[in-house]
Design a protein around this ligand. Structure first.
Ligand SMILES: NC(=[NH2+])NCCC[C@H](N)C(=O)O
Ligand SMILES: [Mn+2]
Ligand SMILES: [Mn+2]
Length: 324
């Protein structure tokens, strides 16, 4: 089947190729199991669907990377961060993997893994987009959380709560082995960042958002209007990286995740967000993170099956599945 690009104008990615990076990594937070999220999604047939139903030419090394070889001998906390050297080394490697795909003009899909991996995915996309298109990247971050803590601002020390602060330069570190490898070509402007789905924002993070004049208005509008505003703000000639944390969805649809928060998006709203970003024709990369099949509040794996299904659905919508 050929990729249906006729309904939308593909602005930045026209070659119908998809680069996939499967990241079995959990070191950005403390709960085991988020590292098997990608395998669960792939085993349920996600990549086959992307090939057969959506027509992508998929480039994948058939590996779920655990990056065990990158684990340093000792990795004590630094500036309050847990596993700092491990997360830094792993995200650096992911950044290169994503960059390699993106520089070929492929849309890049990264399956996580905890959300710390976005330090790798977004930096890799941002660099490729600068080089290939001479443009700055915009990010739509769909999440219950802002993940914009600095090491000092964080209560938990978990790096999955900090990726946005490292990517935007709010958090800085000279040490090469603790994110010092992030250079200007990897960076994201705070002005090119849009959040959707927020409902659990730490006190420090709220101050950051106020200081940088973020506008909070999604509470007032339905999801259709929210997407209109988000895409309108970004504009039509800016490539978009969609970073989707499955905990943006209500635990009703995605209970198997490390930091669930009630009052979230319905699955249909989540799918709609992904569809809209796809239809913009500007999406160059997507992350789907924080699916943890080992955390199941239900019986007989109902919760984890549902969460995996929800994750797959979000990905398919982001990559062009539609009713017609
Ligand atoms: N990617 C996530 N699920 N992040 C949750 C972060 C929770 C909390 N704000 C923290 O910094 O620890
Ligand atoms: Mn989250
Ligand atoms: Mn997150």
């Amino acid at each position: 089947m050929k990729l249906n690009t006729s309904l939308i104008e593909q602005k930045f990615v026209a070659n119908g190729e998809l680069g996939v990076v499967a990241v079995g990594f959990s070191g950005g937070q403390g709960k085991a199991g988020v590292d098997i999220g990608p395998a669960a999604m792939i085993e349920s047939g996600l990549l086959t669907k992307l090939k057969e139903d959506l027509g992508y030419e998929v480039h994948h090394d058939d590996t779920v990377h655990s990056y065990k070889e990158l684990t340093p001998e000792s990795d004590p906390p630094f500036r309050g961060m847990k596993n700092p050297k491990t997360v830094s080394a792993v995200t650096r490697k992911i950044s290169e993997q994503v960059y390699e795909h993106a520089k070929e003009g492929r849309t890049v899909l990264t399956l996580g893994g905890d959300h710390s991996i976005a330090i790798g995915t977004i930096s890799g996309t941002a660099k490729a987009i600068r080089e290939r298109l001479n443009r700055e990247l915009a990010v739509i971050w769909v999440d219950a959380h802002t993940d914009i803590n600095t090491p000092e601002g964080s209560d938990s020390g978990n790096v999955h709560g900090m990726p946005v602060s490292f990517l935007t330069g709010l958090a800085k570190e000279e040490r090469e082995d603790v994110f010092g490898w992030l250079k200007s070509e990897h960076m994201l402007s705070l002005k090119k960042l849009v959040y959707i789905g927020l409902r659990d924002v730490d006190r420090f993070e709220k101050q950051v958002l106020r200081d940088h004049k973020f506008i909070a208005n999604n509470r007032r509008h339905g999801i259709g209007k929210v997407m209109e505003m988000a895409l309108g703000y970004i504009g039509t000639d800016t490539p978009i990286h969609l970073s989707f944390d499955v905990d943006a969805l209500d635990p009703m649809w995605a209970p198997s995740t490390g930091t669930p928060v009630r009052g979230g998006l319905t699955l249909r709203e989540g799918d709609f967000i992904a569809e809209c970003v796809h239809e913009s024709g500007s999406m160059v990369a997507m992350d789907l993170v924080e699916v943890n099949p080992c955390l199941d509040p239900g019986v007989d794996n109902i919760g984890s099956d549902e969460t995996v299904r929800a994750g797959c659905s979000l990905v398919r919508c982001g990559l062009g599945e539609s009713l017609l």
